[in-house]
Design a protein around this ligand. Structure first.
Ligand code: B12
Length: 218
């Protein structure tokens, strides 16, 4: 699909070949990025979809196009996933419960985070989207997870992150589990304000943060 200066395509020549974002300064090939820098495929993939988001926000694109771009992205990520090297460090067996907060159905970024964490040896339990705080905390306790990761993409759903931390505090489980937050609107300052254990702007950052929190070697 072409959006303004961007040509965000999944090339399929019988089988999948690549996801290519055509930027004004040249093609960004996800496959090339992946082969040059294994485990870091979140660099090129989100570029096209971010452009779509900016244009949607500016009223230059409409919901059908947003949905189309998201489906393209989802299909591409699913095809790429098997090519991401799996975790080689068998010593790392830390559990992470991951979810998108209640009232929010955005999942592309969360899925990237899940893939990268898994590739780095974490045991990820992905609860999906639109998950109530209580359900996330219950799951984390059942699974004895060390980290809870929550994603929110809208200013209207961000307060659910604070809610989760407040509920965890009331239930007395906050001291056991680390809570990390993320999603495009989440800033370092917001993460601090709500009392989380940190945030990261991309999936690789999320891995580094998780490794730091559990004391695992990068
Ligand atoms: C794709 C998309 C959709 C798709 C989602 C498909 C899917 N299956 O996920 C669809 C079409 C369904 C959709 C729907 C809607 N959307 Co929408 N959407 C987007 C868009 C364009 C891209 C989001 C995305 O996937 N980005 C790419 C990923 C890779 O980036 P990311 O999510 O930020 O994730 C990275 C980091 O943030 C981080 N990260 C993410 N999660 C986590 C978690 C942890 C723990 C950590 C550490 C890190 C981390 O790592 C990720 C990987 O690099 C954004 C625009 C934007 N700028 O974000 C709008 C956007 C979020 N949507 C918006 C809106 C308004 C909506 C709708 C309400 C539209 C409508 N009128 O129906 C609905 C929401 C319905 C709901 N209840 O949730 C607005 C939100 C405005 C606001 N209030 O804040 C945005 C900002 C668009 C805009 N500019 O207006 N959307």
């Amino acid at each position: 699909m072409t959006v303004g200066k961007w040509n965000f395509t999944i090339d399929r020549g019988g089988t999948f070949t690549d996801i290519v974002a055509l930027s004004p300064d040249g093609r960004i090939s996800t496959r090339k990025l992946l082969s040059e820098n294994p485990g870091r495929y979140d660099g090129a993939v989100p570029a096209g979809i971010r452009e779509v988001g900016v244009k949607f926000g500016a009223g230059e694109l409409f919901l059908p196009e947003l949905v189309m771009a998201a489906e393209t992205m989802r299909a591409g990520v699913a095809v790429l996933e098997p090519h991401v090297p799996k975790g080689s460090d068998t010593r790392v067996t830390h559990k992470v419960v991951l979810a998108t907060v209640q009232d929010d159905i955005h999942e592309i970024g969360k899925n990237l985070v899940a893939t990268m964490l898994t590739a780095s040896g974490f045991d990820v339990i992905d609860m999906g989207v639109n998950q109530p705080s209580e359900a996330i905390l219950k799951k984390a306790r059942e699974e004895k997870a060390e980290i809870i990761g929550v994603s929110a993409l809208m200013t209207t759903s961000m307060p659910r992150m604070k809610e989760l931390i407040t509920v965890a505090q009331t239930q007395g489980v906050r001291s056991k589990e680390k809570v990390v937050v993320g999603g495009a609107p989440v800033t370092e300052q917001y993460a601090k304000e709500i009392g989380s254990d940190g945030t990261a702007g991309d999936a690789s950052g999320a891995v580094r943060l998780a490794q730091k929190l559990v004391g695992a070697k990068p």
